[in-house]
Design a protein around this ligand. Structure first.
Ligand SMILES: Cc1ncc(COP(=O)(O)O)c(C=O)c1O
Length: 327
């Protein structure tokens, strides 16, 4: 007779099969149900020099189904428009995007039967363009020298024709963008830190993440300090972020919310992206690395505190960039 195989190194946990009473029809899952509730990670090795009373935590937003924080506002913008009767199957959702919001719209739109038309700068990374095309989005390339503002102007021009089958999502001016973070991101952070958060740090693109999360956190505890981060110059490699003084100011941005404004250089973010990959095992995008630069800088000034930041996406879409291979 054959002897049973032994597995000396592994503990085998037998599966628990449902009994008759536990059997229920499977609950259908849609991409919507996968949005939000992302893990909060503790950065352990980078902040080694910090006192044990200072914690550096980060939301891993690439756990959202299309791979970035932008699934939250895209879903809320779509649901709000549907509830208001502005969007229904057969229609086209139009917006400008630097990439991630477009990917979120394209994923959610495909699942609902909407066409998605996006204006984006022609120099968006090849990975982003390929992902958008895979979801079937219609892409309009705009002048790379005009950046995300040029893409926004192009989308506005198309929207101005008021075609009845087009819904202009207008992420820079749509309150459903920041409200997504007010209702989800902030409450998750509050629960995941047991209400212990003392500082919140986030980068500014449309500003939806910063505005919505800060607004709610300050309602929950007015002493939470909010730090807004942006690139140090108009010409930078922090994809997804805006240099606010030289860009068209997003309509949803509320300057009064920030207790402090900080800038990060592209080189600092590149260095941090490599360090996070090699020392924390976290392969994050460039704006995420910039957020960690700003959050760590702040944490180093504290004696006590729980600093939370947002990692908007992971590094897969930036893998063709050369900076990963520098020393
Ligand atoms: C990679 C990345 N980081 C940061 C942001 C900024 O987020 P928000 O638009 O909520 O300010 C974006 C927005 O598109 C992004 O794509």
């Amino acid at each position: 007779m054959r002897q049973p195989v032994e597995y000396p190194l592994t503990t085998i946990v037998p599966p628990v099969w449902p009994t008759g009473a536990d059997l229920r029809p499977p609950r259908p899952q849609t991409p919507d149900s996968l949005v939000g509730n992302t893990p909060l990670l503790a950065l352990r090795r980078l902040p080694a020099a910090l006192p044990p009373t200072v914690h550096l935590l980060a939301k891993a937003e690439w756990f959202n189904p299309s791979g970035s924080v932008k699934d939250r506002p895209a879903l809320n913008i779509i649901r709000t428009a549907e509830a208001q009767g502005l969007l229904h199957p057969g229609m086209t959702l139009l917006d400008s995007t630097s990439g991630n919001m477009g990917i979120a719209y394209a994923m959610l739109g495909a699942a609902r039967g909407y066409k998605v038309q996006l204006a984006l700068p022609a120099n968006a990374s090849p990975e982003r363009k390929a992902i958008l095309q895979t979801y079937g989005a219609d892409l309009i390339y705009t002048d790379p020298l005009e950046g995300s503002d040029g893409a926004m102007m192009q989308a506005r021009e198309i929207a101005a024709a008021c075609h009845p089958h087009i819904f202009y999502a207008n992420q820079y001016n749509n309150p459903a963008n920041w409200q997504a973070h007010y209702f989800t991101t902030a409450n998750e952070i509050w629960q995941q830190t047991g209400g212990q958060i003392t500082h919140f740090v986030a980068g500014l693109g449309t500003s939806g993440t910063f505005v919505g999360t800060t607004h709610r956190l300050k309602q929950l505890n007015p002493s939470v300090q909010a730090v807004a981060m942006q690139p140090d110059s108009p010409f930078n490699g922090l994809e997804g972020l805006k240099h606010i003084p030289t860009a068209i100011k997003p309509g949803i941005y509320d300057e009064q919310l920030a207790d402090e404004q900080v800038t990060v250089q592209t080189e600092e973010a590149y260095q941090m992206a490599r360090q996070l990959a090699r020392e924390e095992g976290l392969f994050v995008g460039i704006s995420a690395a910039a957020a960690v630069v700003a959050a760590l800088r702040l944490a180093q000034t504290l004696e006590h505190g729980v600093v939370v930041t947002i990692l908007p996406d992971n590094g897969f879409k930036y893998v063709s960039e050369r900076f990963w291979h520098n020393a």
